[in-house]
Design a protein around this ligand. Structure first.
Ligand code: S3P
Length: 430
């Protein structure tokens, strides 16, 4: 096959709505009194899973589209069937928090990947609050019967926004005070939304606490910013291109999510933030990206929660940088949609890069050779997108085992990647 010409960047792209915020606004709107209007929602499969589950519990939610979704909140009622959370860990874990405060039983399940993911990190604190949870192992399916809860002060052993949010939601629906500390600060979208809606949220000395107040959750209108985790793939394509400039519009730049940009700038790239503004309590900007020569770096354990979903694409970028990059304490990646830690390393090796998972660290050695080989995505959307971006570099020949998993978080990914001007091939199963 003839080698590809160096890609030239150009144009303007808009990533889809933030996945984390989309789940949370849907859930809060379902709990609110009255009709809420949500715009800019992600239309990916994970958000549809949250909508489906909330509808089974009695919420009236219009079709999930990015223009406008109307939600009529209601008192939640017992579901007639199991709640299938699909591939979505956020749906399962946050819904457990919401269900902890309801006076009925519900059984949650999910697809094969989700059923393998740990749930005890959430069920443990919820049980301490008084929820009755019937689980067979550390995963789904499980049955939760909520009810009268007691308050909780909890030191989470993991820096997980899902754990923190589940406890905050349990406090909200059970109307009891909760306080949470975590080893490192995880994304704070739940806290910001609580504050935006006037729900009693406070932070002091790194502890997040919720204090119930008598008022019900008001219906609201909100615009969801673009997802920085999805934008990261476009930014990476921009950095790896050989010439040109790319504008990525409407990207959330909440500091608990922008570790990717911080690390990339340390590696020698420049990601300019322009048109900085606020949307519903979240900072938003447009990102201007240009190609760059990258150098290796060390990504610290404290940085990981701010870029936890970006490790696959950062590892791909590290494979094109000068020198050896190490990601410290990324053991959490073993329990994402796939065993991302081992798969990133194995897939980089499969395309000719030296990479290794050692204990909980990931080591990647940069290379100038064109990446060539077959990649196993294990139906993990972020692996598929990361390696699709690697396939845009000059001379690359990276074949994906599948590409439809991108619909989980970024249904229009391949179209948008094409719009950046970065070269794309017809590789991979469709
Ligand atoms: C998420 C939190 C992160 C992230 C996931 C979404 C959220 O998981 O990986 O994609 O919306 O709260 P953890 O909280 O388990 O780290």
């Amino acid at each position: 096959m003839a080698p590809k010409a160096p890609p030239r960047l150009g144009g303007v792209v808009r990533p889809p709505g933030d996945k984390s915020i989309s789940h949370r606004v849907l859930m809060l709107a379902a709990l609110a009194r009255g009709k809420s209007e949500l715009s800019g929602l992600l239309t990916g499969d994970d958000v549809k899973s949250s909508a489906r589950v909330l509808r089974q519990l009695g919420a009236d939610i219009s079709t999930i589209r990015d223009s406008m979704v109307k939600v009529s909140g209601a008192r939640l009622t017992a579901p007639g069937a199991r709640l299938n959370c699909g591939n979505s860990g956020t749906t399962a874990r946050l819904m457990l928090g919401i269900l902890a405060g309801q006076k009925f039983a519900a059984t949650l399940t999910g697809d094969a990947s989700l059923r393998r993911r740990p749930m005890r990190r959430v069920t443990e604190p919820l049980k301490q609050m008084g929820a009755d949870i019937n689980e067979r192992g550390d995963g789904l399916p499980l049955t939760i019967r909520g009810g009268t809860l007691r308050g909780l002060t909890y030191a989470s052993p993991v820096a997980s926004a899902q754990v923190k949010s589940a406890i905050l939601f349990a406090g909200l629906t059970g109307q009891v005070p909760v306080a949470i500390t975590e080893p490192y600060r995880s994304r704070d979208h739940t806290e910001r939304l609580f504050a935006h809606l006037g729900l009693g949220i406070h932070e002091r000395d790194g502890a997040i606490s919720y204090q119930p107040s008598a008022v019900s959750i008001p219906a609201f209108q909100i615009s969801v910013p673009g997802d920085p985790s999805s934008a990261a793939f476009l930014v990476a394509a921009g950095v790896l291109a050989s010439a040109g400039e790319l504008l990525i519009e409407n990207v959330g730049v909440n500091p608990t999510r922008t570790g990717f940009i911080v690390v990339l700038e340390r590696m020698g790239a420049q990601v300019e933030r322009v048109n900085l503004r606020d949307e519903g309590g979240e900072p938003v900007a447009d990102l201007l990206v240009r190609p760059a020569q990258l150098r290796s770096t060390e990504v610290t354990a404290a940085e990981i929660p701010t870029l936890v979903d970006e490790v696959p694409i950062l590892a791909v970028l590290a494979s094109r940088a000068r020198g050896a990059t190490v990601f410290r304490e990324v053991g959490e990646l073993r329990v994402k949609e796939s065993n991302r830690l081992d798969l990133i390393a194995a897939n980089l090796r499969a395309v000719g890069v030296k990479a290794e998972a050692q204990n909980n660290d990931l080591h990647v050695e940069g290379s100038e050779r064109p990446p060539r080989g077959k990649v196993e995505t294990a139906s993990d959307h972020r692996l598929a997108m990361a390696f699709a971006v690697l396939d845009t570099v000059e001379g690359a020949d990276v074949k994906l085992s599948e590409r439809k998993s991108v619909a989980i978080s970024y249904p229009g990914f391949f179209d948008d990647l094409g719009k950046t001007g970065a070269r794309r091939t017809a590789h991979g199963a469709r």
